[in-house]
Design a protein around this ligand. Structure first.
Ligand code: KIV
Ligand code: ZN
Length: 535
């Protein structure tokens, strides 16, 4: 139960679903180690409930949830929740995933709108209510803390929502989560719906102990407004993700709801357990690990959220920050880089700084990062927080490596055709060398890589970002490729942007190969199309 964290009825509890709904963003697949690291950061951020995954989705998802339950779900820590469809096998697997947490929760759901009933499940309303009863009863027989969601509630008739929610509560649900699954509702409508549900659902009114929750998607850009409207109507749990990532246009952003409540105390008169100073760290970690960049003008965590460009604004802020800032950068954990780590810095200083940034790196992993840090410090004067975050993401954000980059050489300029030679190696030891000509250095490299990997892919997106200012900045590259109807993301960082580009491309290809299993078929050396040497 979350009760151990709710101080009073004026506290809104934060249910973070970055690791479940957020991970459903195309290309945002996270490794188990990355999920654990994000869960640890969510716990530092003060999230009350972490939805750690969908255990029945795959054995990997189950294992990741189990690890989070054991390592993060300790006494005094957040509730660890797993998602399950309203079917017996999902609920049993979900329980396997979370049962080792000190405070486990099963979250089960069923589509209740006529559209979902007619086209997706083929259930009648009576059958749907019966299914909810069975699912919640089973979940409650395993776990004291059970959340039920009538999926697509935003398009479900209120009278039927009341009937389904009443059935769920009667069978033991402790939280009723009302999702606007397709981002369809408006704030006024949502306020009315949630008010009616709270007032009219038998067994779930004020004083019943049942917590009402809101889960909104952002298809019309209204997710935060709708969530806050639900809170104004009496909901005391919000389901959110870091940076608002999630299915399609994403979910409600944690940082937006938390800062709205914190910035307008007189209006909302509500508390949260969120330590807002951890917001930026959480945002950067999720962005680095998922490869999903935050748009510069994103509220609270975008690069420009605290930047002032117009002369009149700069003048005002210099006179007093409150002229154009409704919250301080410090309140979300933003600070100008204090870091003056360089080539004279030692392992200890690096470890402490990484810890401050939210990364607990020890032992061999620390040695490895330290080696990379030293190389970078040799290549550029100051190594900043952003450089370190990019390094960490590059070091630990690696999918299973079918192919890794050994060497690369590029010729380009105005006097000829851009030509790249790449040497790739497989974990099993084979080496491949291939050269290709392209429209530019990156295109030439990608064509040379394609000649080795020989996979049918389409490059959907390529973006380069300089993580620091100045000529010696570390370049970050993110790519997205499509193969067999699926999207795969890749991230690479290096002080040479062409090398970063190839690393990012290989990371995406390795992810794709891990899923499609096409990685083992090339005999050594066959890739060479122009020059071939094997060593
Ligand atoms: O959007 C949705 O309806 C969901 C449910 C599983 C809660 O994510
Ligand atoms: Zn959702």
């Amino acid at each position: 139960m979350v009760k151990h964290r709710i101080k009073d009825e004026n506290t809104v509890v934060f249910f973070d679903t970055t690791l479940r709904d957020g991970e459903q963003s195309p290309g945002a697949t996270l490794s188990s180690a990355e999920k654990l690291e994000i869960a640890r950061q969510l716990s530092r951020l003060g999230v009350d409930i972490i939805e750690a995954g969908f255990p029945a989705a795959s054995p990997d998802d189950l294992a990741a949830v189990q690890r989070i339950a054991k390592e993060i779900g300790k006494e005094g820590g957040p509730v660890i929740c797993g998602l399950a469809r309203a079917v017996e096998s999902d609920i049993l697997t979900c329980w396997e995933g979370i049962k080792d947490a000190a405070h486990p929760r099963i979250h089960t759901f069923l589509g209740t709108s006529d559209i979902h009933l007619q086209y997706q499940t083929g259930l009648t309303r009576e059958q749907a209510v019966a299914r909810v009863r069975e699912a919640v009863t089973l979940a409650r027989s395993l776990c004291d803390d059970v959340e039920f969601s009538p999926m697509d509630a935003g398009r479900t008739e209120t009278a039927f929502l009341i009937e389904v929610c009443a059935a769920a509560v009667e069978c033991g649900a402790t939280t009723l989560n009302i999702p606007d699954t397709v981002g369809y509702v408006t704030p006024d409508e949502w306020h009315e719906t949630i008010s009616s549900l709270i007032a009219e659902t038998p067994g779930a009114g004020p004083g019943s102990g049942v917590i009402w929750s809101i889960h909104c998607h952002n298809d019309l850009g209204l997710a935060t407004a709708n969530t806050l409207a639900g809170v104004r109507a009496g909901a005391r749990q919000v389901e959110v993700t870091i940076n608002g990532i999630g299915e399609r246009a994403g979910n409600t952003s944690l940082e937006e709801v938390a800062m709205a409540i914190h910035t307008r105390p007189q209006y909302y008169q509500l508390n949260t357990n969120i330590n807002t100073r951890e917001i930026m760290k959480s945002s950067r970690m999720v962005s680095n690990y998922t490869g999903m960049r935050v748009q510069p003008n994103k509220a609270v965590v975008g690069d420009n959220a605290f930047a002032h460009e117009a002369g009149i604004h700069q003048d005002g802020v210099l006179k007093h920050h409150s002229t154009y800032e409704i919250m301080t950068p410090e309140s979300v954990g933003l600070q100008k880089s204090r870091l003056v780590l360089g080539k004279h810095s030692g392992r200890h200083a690096l470890k402490v700084r990484l810890g401050e940034l939210g990364y607990q790196v020890e032992g061999d992993a620390l040695n490895q990062v330290f080696k990379r840090f030293k190389n970078l410090a040799d290549a550029k004067k100051n190594v900043t927080d952003a450089d370190l975050e990019a390094l960490i993401a590059d070091e630990f954000h690696k999918p299973e490596e079918f192919y890794s980059l050994t060497d690369i050489q590029v010729m380009c300029g105005t006097m000829g055709m851009p030509t790249a030679t790449v040497k790739l190696s497989k974990a099993s030891g084979e080496n491949y060398v291939n050269a290709a000509v392209g429209t530019g250095p990156v295109d030439a490299c990608y064509k040379a890589v394609d000649g080795v990997v020989k996979a049918e892919t389409v490059l959907m997106e390529y973006s380069v970002h300089s993580v620091t200012e100045g000529i010696d900045a570390l370049g970050e590259v993110t790519v997205r490729i499509e193969a067999q109807g699926k999207t795969f993301g890749g991230y690479g960082a290096d002080s040479d942007v062409v090398v970063a580009s190839v690393k990012a491309y290989l990371a995406a290809l390795n992810r794709m190969l891990a899923v499609t299993g096409h990685g083992d078929t090339q005999p050594e050396g066959q890739a060479a199309t122009i020059n071939f040497t094997s060593s």
